[in-house]
Design a protein around this ligand. Structure first.
Ligand SMILES: CC(C)(COP(=O)(O)OP(=O)(O)OC[C@H]1O[C@@H](n2cnc3c(N)ncnc32)[C@H](O)[C@@H]1OP(=O)(O)O)[C@@H](O)C(=O)NCCC(=O)NCCS
Length: 382
């Protein structure tokens, strides 16, 4: 097979087809390795913060103390959203999904900050700061409106993660809760060219504004095959209910070829390294806040699935323990996917910036399977 025919070979879902060159993150799914800019994610989870990691992803290197301080201060300063955006959100139906609200609000930022100066580093920086700063505020604001309340304003004395938790409850979170939530954001910040990132890159390649890029990625993340599996993990654990039901549940799923939520991954054929870290976080929260029967169920489920499906490379993925952690943090289930977006905006923006540096518009080809030269049938004869 020549190189030319190989390139033209159709692969459903573009599986295995490189769509870009990138130095942002690296995953080895057989060894269970994930690195951001070459740094193992385990190191970042232990030693970094979400904002420092976002800086690393977007600008390619760890910030020094001044750079981090400046970035964190700018983000803090830009957390508030314009009252006109808040008023627009008030017109959304409270029954709407928060991801739809987020996609609309992210796109609306483009109406207010519309200068499309993609070759101006200052414009790029401001757009990065605004999106990282305002997305959590928009998620929390819509959540409050959905409950029939007024949005809770960002609290200037709280850092990024603590402030988001505060905007959900108007209570200052415990330091451990804020720290754990910050680590969760770091773990979800980037994951090579996943579907929403690809969507961001395709949109970026048209040289549209970064708010449209992020809105497009949010819309892609909203689908149940991408974000959202952690919500389903909790529903599944509720359905299983008792430890004794775990084995029959798994056997039933296998017999009926039903997917067990939170297991399996296109890339990882071992336990997802992020799942390992999230499991440790869940354990820390349980030590602090008391046991949780769903955690015990999850441990049993992991054991049984490993026993039955480990040979196929089916192990817990990132979503298996994240829902349990969020539940213990008191975060409502409907916000799990928007939280994924709060974190992943760092990765989307890193890929946006990388795409701009070497841009060529994405315009793949297709394999046409329709007719040729078909007759136009007059209305009366159809
Ligand atoms: C993530 C996922 C979409 C990856 O899909 P994929 O790479 O296309 O893998 P496939 O769906 O082709 O599965 C390959 C095989 O493993 C099995 N498998 C994959 N995930 C499974 C799961 N969660 N439970 C049971 N079996 C599973 C499939 O039935 C299939 O078996 P077969 O070869 O005997 O038919 C898939 O594992 C899944 O749907 N998982 C559950 C949802 C989830 O947790 N999503 C979050 C991902 S981070």
């Amino acid at each position: 097979m020549t190189a030319a025919t190989k390139i033209c070979e159709y692969q459903p879902g573009l599986e295995g087809i490189p769509a870009t060159k990138s130095s942002i993150s690296y995953v080895d799914g057989t060894k269970g390795i994930i690195e951001y800019r070459g740094i193992p994610l385990e190191q970042l989870a232990k030693k970094s913060s979400f904002l420092e990691t976002a800086y690393l992803l977007i600008w390619g290197q760890l910030p020094n103390e001044t750079q981090l301080e400046e970035f964190a201060t700018e983000v803090r300063f830009h957390r508030r959203i314009k009252y006109r955006i808040r008023d627009m959100m008030k017109c959304f139906p409270e029954t709407g999904h928060p991801m739809d609200a987020l996609q609309t609000s992210a796109a609306a930022l483009g109406l207010f900050y519309s200068r499309r100066a993609l070759d101006d580093p200052e414009y790029i920086r401001k757009a990065v700061v605004r999106l990282i700063a305002k997305i959590p505020t928009m998620v929390a604001a819509f959540h409050q409106m959905h409950l029939g309340h007024d949005p809770i304003q960002p609290h200037d004395s709280l850092d990024y993660a603590a402030n988001f938790l505060y905007m959900l409850t108007e209570k200052r979170p415990h330091a451990l809760e804020a720290k754990i939530f910050d680590v969760c954001l770091t773990l979800h910040a980037e994951h090579t060219i996943n579907t929403s990132t690809f969507s961001a890159m395709v949109t970026a390649s048209t040289l549209t504004d970064p708010y449209a890029v992020v809105a497009s990625a949010v819309g892609t993340l909203a689908g149940p095959l991408h974000g959202g599996a952690n919500e389903e993990v909790l529903s599944m654990l509720e359905e299983i209910g008792l430890i004794d039901n775990v084995l029959p549940y798994v056997e039933e799923c296998i017999a009926h070829k039903k997917k067990i939520m939170g297991f399996g991954h296109r890339v990882y054929k071992v336990k997802d390294p992020r799942a390992k870290i999230l499991q440790e976080l869940a354990q820390q929260l349980l030590n602090e806040k008391g046991c949780d029967k769903y955690y015990d169920l999850a441990l049993e489920l992991e054991k049984v699935v490993e026993d039955k499906l480990g040979v196929k490379g089916i192990y817990p993925n990132v979503d298996f323990y994240s829902g349990l952690v969020y539940r213990k943090l008191g975060i409502p289930r409907k916000l799990f996917t928007p939280i994924f977006a709060i974190a992943r905006v760092a990765g989307w923006l890193a890929h946006w910036k990388e795409q701009l540096a070497v841009n060529r518009i994405f315009r793949p080809t297709q394999v046409y399977t329709g007719e040729h030269n078909a007759p136009y049938i007059p209305m009366a004869e159809r």
